[in-house]
Design a protein around this ligand. Structure first.
Ligand SMILES: Nc1ncnc2c1ncn2[C@@H]1O[C@H](COP(=O)(O)OP(=O)(O)OP(=O)(O)O)[C@@H](O)[C@H]1O
Ligand SMILES: [Mg+2]
Length: 153
């Protein structure tokens, strides 16, 4: 699977990276966003959401598992599953409001082995790299990304 790593020197650069990532996204896409506490997951999603036309403030979901924002195209879903743990026994369509056609979804703390998230097209992993530096790895999960790879040149 193609993957690339980029270092960012501050939150603005991580937002900009999120924005450039957003350019390659299409309706129904799911992006997994991994990394430790404070690694910059929400920061990256904020940049992506801006690029998708969201003007509301993008903050961590607190009272629900996710937020949904109106952008210029599909709805932009932002989920944070940190407190959720495994989804066993949860409402089966807990995620249904956030994923699927008409939406582009970003999922922080995706649990492993979650069927609904298995169709995710991109995984982003952020790591602390000292001070305000972060290493951001972008991995394409499905083979039909060859097209995007070509576009990148
Ligand atoms: N290069 C960078 N990229 C992203 N954030 C950075 C960077 N340098 C410093 N920061 C700061 O680190 C913090 C990242 O917070 P953010 O909420 O985005 O992390 P998170 O990974 O979503 O955390 P959580 O696991 O709690 O949801 C922000 O305060 C941001 O300003
Ligand atoms: Mg967060």
């Amino acid at each position: 699977m193609p993957a690339r790593s980029i270092d960012t020197a501050g939150p603005e650069e991580t937002e900009a990276l999120g924005a450039s990532l957003a350019e390659g996204l299409r309706d129904g896409d799911v992006v997994l966003v991994r990394g430790e506490l404070g690694a910059g997951k929400t920061t990256l999603v904020r940049g992506a959401a801006r690029a998708l036309g969201v003007s509301d403030p993008v903050t961590s979901p607190t009272f629900a598992i996710g937020n949904r924002y109106r952008g210029t195209g599909p709805l932009v879903s932002h989920l944070d599953l940190y407190r959720l743990g495994a989804l066993d026994g949860e409402e089966p369509d807990l995620l249904a409001d956030y994923l699927g056609p008409g939406r582009i979804a970003f999922v922080e703390w995706p649990p492993d082995g979650e069927a609904e998230l298995a169709g995710a097209r991109i995984a982003v992993t952020l790591e602390h790299a000292g001070g305000d530096r972060r290493t951001v790895r972008v991995e394409h999960l499905t083979p039909d990304d060859d097209l995007d790879e070509e576009k990148k040149g």
